[in-house]
Write a protein that binds this ligand. Structure first.
Ligand code: CP
Length: 308
């Protein structure tokens, strides 16, 4: 493939190849080997139209660990504010020699438009409410690392499903790898018809959490709410917030994930966010390894090149 735009079109084998490739990448991070020359001479550009800490920084580190030149462009500090279109910005970046453009954009489908416009490879770092494929891949990696495999697990995703590109990518990824996916949210934050993607819909967290192997809480995306918040944050925290009592309804050894950033006291209590069940910090570390694997594979990895 030229680009990584979504998990929807990926096969199970392609997903597993990325996860398998991320294993030795994590070893590189763990062994504190700061650079391997695999991508020396390649240029990776982060083009972000929305804020980010984890995705942007981990792509930057992933490129740097493999010797690539990495450049960050925030739309707010670029000629986008003077009215330049996405296509013109992308072409400008391409003719400066970008091998890969990593795009975060508020509009669903923006990475696809970019991929059709430039010859550089394009990676979707989150597009509107559509997909966030690299987040789901790091979530899959984290679950597989702790549980051994994904097939047969029950994964409950709780929170603002309506606005969540993380939920959509995870539904595609988890179901392709054989997990059962449960979604739980207030009716106002549950998109109609989402069960057609192969997930089971719940409105009462107690029912969804019972028997879960993994609980993934999502951020309430206040910035994407169009009609004001309903329920209020206080009501949400009371009914849907994951605390010790609710997490205890899941299976023993249930993992707790959150893509971040967390609204503490709303989606998660402090106690569960920092508990031994939490894999939130591991998700962030794994994000670097998985993004190294994606850059490596997109730029011809596995064809005579080694990463050691
Ligand atoms: N999970 C995630 O995408 O975080 P950032 O917005 O910080 O990149």
């Amino acid at each position: 493939r030229k680009d990584l735009l979504a998990l929807e079109p990926l096969t199970r084998d392609e997903i597993n190849l990325i996860l398998d490739t991320a294993v030795p990448m994590k070893d590189i991070i763990r062994r504190d080997i700061k650079k391997v020359p695999t991508l020396r001479g390649r240029t990776v550009i982060n083009l972000f139209y929305e804020p980010s800490t984890r995705t942007r920084t981990s792509f930057e580190l992933a490129g740097k660990y493999m010797g690539a030149d990495t450049v960050n462009i925030a739309a707010s500090g670029s000629s986008v504010v003077k009215g330049e279109t996405l296509k013109d910005t992308a072409k400008t970046i391409q003719v400066m020699g970008a091998d890969v453009v990593i795009l975060r954009h508020g509009m669903a489908g923006a990475p696809k438009i970019l991929a059709e416009t430039v010859t550089s490879r394009v990676i979707n770092a989150g597009d509107g409410t559509h997909e966030h494929p690299t987040q789901a891949l790091l979530d899959l990696f984290t679950i597989r690392e702790s549980k051994g495999s994904i097939a047969g697990l029950t994964v409950t995703i709780v929170g603002d499903i309506l606005h969540s590109r993380v939920a959509r990518s995870n539904i595609w990824g988890l179901t392709k790898l054989g997990a059962k996916v449960r979604l739980v949210a207030p009716p106002t934050l549950m998109p109609p018809g989402i069960e057609q993607l192969g997930a089971e819909v719940f409105y009462r967290p107690e029912e969804a959490l019972a028997g879960s192997d993994v609980v993934m809480a999502l951020r309430i995306q206040k910035e994407r709410q169009q009609k004001g918040l309903f329920p209020s944050l206080r009501e949400y925290a009371k009914i849907y917030g994951i605390n010790q009592e609710r997490l205890a309804l899941a299976k023993d050894g249930c993992l707790l994930l959150h893509p971040g950033p967390i609204n503490r006291g709303i989606e998660l209590s402090n106690t569960v966010a920092d508990s031994i069940q939490s894999r939130i910090n591991e998700q962030v570390t794994n994000g670097v390894a998985v993004r190294m694997a994606i850059l490596f594979l997109l730029m011809g990895g596995g064809k005579g090149e080694t990463i050691n």
